[in-house]
Design a protein around this ligand. Sequence first.
Ligand code: ATP
Ligand code: MG
Length: 591
Amino acid sequence: MSAKPDTPERGKDFIRQIIDADNASGKYKGRVQTRFPPEPNGYLHIGHAKSICLNFGVARDYDGICKLRFDDTNPVKEDVEYVDSIREDVSWLGFQWEANPFASDYFEKLYFIAELLIKMGKAYVDHQSADEIRENRGTLKEPGINSPYRDRTVEENLTLFRAMRSGDLADGECILRGKIDMAAPNVMLRDPALYRIKHADHHRTGDTWCIYPMYDFAHGLSDAIEGVTHSICTLEFENNRPLYDWCVDTLMDGLKQPELFGENSAIYEDLAARPGLKDRPWQYEFARLNITGTVLSKRKLIQLVQEGHVSGWDDPRMPTISGFRRRGFTPESIRDFCDRIGVAKADSTVEYALLEACVREDLNKRAPRYMGVMDPVKLVIENYPEDQVDEFDVALSPEDDSYGTRKVPFTRELWIERSDFMEDPPKKFFRMGPGREVRLRAAYYVLCTGYDTDAEGNVTEIRATYDPETKGGWLEGGRKVKGTMHWVSATHGLKAEVRNYTSLFSVDNPGAPEEGKTFVDYVDPDSLEVLPECYVEPALADMEPGVNFQFERTGYYCSDNKDHKPGKTMVFNRTTTLRDSWAKIQKKLEK
Ligand code: ATP
Ligand code: MG
């Protein structure tokens, strides 16, 4: 089995190098299995996209398997709404999971593994209070102190653990702890909690359980049960790795003593036959993604939603996958972004502009072009008959003929952009001004003959004449004009709402607030600009929600996937401007 190359110019990332080495040594006999393991306690963000691309990408490149596994061990914070949204987002990104298990599928097995650990003398029920446990854990410099309950007999521990399960004990009354080493230099190994009592309904198992496994216990063992080979996670789990190893290794030791399973020999047979408990999984950590100008933490994102700073998880300013989707980012652009940032072992922060450059590049290739006037002012073509309509066939793509054309009606009254006219323009202003001739895109040359203003001096109407010889916007062998402007027929154009977005936060690193502030203090109330009265070409009338396109000279937009109703209400979101700020940053860096 040979691996397809990673991005060729960058070479393979360290995870793929490890897999190559494992394949070369025959460690897993060529088997490669990964998983993407979200906790269903929020919507996925762009950081998760990095993990998804890595885990699913590895499985794809090595003809392996990647499962979507919900690590649902914390019933209070989890919900089916999140389960559904996570599935939708992973699919939308373009990945198909081999299977979609839940850690809760293994609750029964995990419970028996916990009993096995007790029988092995590797776990005990501790009745210390949470405060006592914390105090007795020690510090980085000081070892911890053994719990007075640490030397309970196997029988006593079994009885107590079964009582925990039966529901007779209250939340927090006691916990099950691994019996490892209270003096271990890694604090994680100082008799970690394995099970706690929580009388809470679980979104899948209902009230079947009132004890729930801790993340570290459930995670590694779920990997092993499923046969994961490479368990890829982010750097903050580096300290948990020895505990991951302890859980898996202790179970493997236990499997060498079938007699400990007693009447549960079926569970023994099941576990002992699993590939992941012969060639066990190993955990590898990579750097999490940080992006300038935003926060990537479900806890913080949930706060933005709950406190109403945004319209929801899919607000187009949110760094969630659903937010990017609604904003008009394509799955291809997000995958390209994840590819370009690579996979490293050291944390870093990526410029948001790079993500924008990726979507711009993608949309430049395939977004059809239309005209839309954002800040309309009327232009009257005085020598154009009132009842006449020219229908121009205009290419939808400047490069790709297969996109075809759309019909653009030209009439005596048009909308043009207010900013495309100046009463007294300077020399370098190549757009409209009194006595100046410009091209109306794909239509005619028009010469400005006058304008009206209101009492405050605002331009209310502009007048011009057109040259019939310039039909299509060209004059073969004749005079040239410098400026080309977009326009929309005032009689045929359609009214639309346009929503422009800028960064939700006013600073580069809202996650590191100055003293006395929190990230929420940096929310920019002006990051959403609604233009309620824009005019767009009639060709957009039947556009479905969630379609990408470009408003010529203005930006990349998409029809809103919630509020846009074809033929009724038109709502367009700005995905990104046309200007490439990333190219500018690069130029600066090169200097
Ligand atoms: P958050 O801190 O936002 O709550 P999390 O790590 O708690 O995220 P999980 O649902 O546990 O969220 O994450 C699922 C997987 O996605 C984990 O393997 C995690 O390491 C990975 N992941 C989460 N955030 C990032 C990120 N910013 N960059 C890369 N991978 C990430
Ligand atoms: Mg987490």
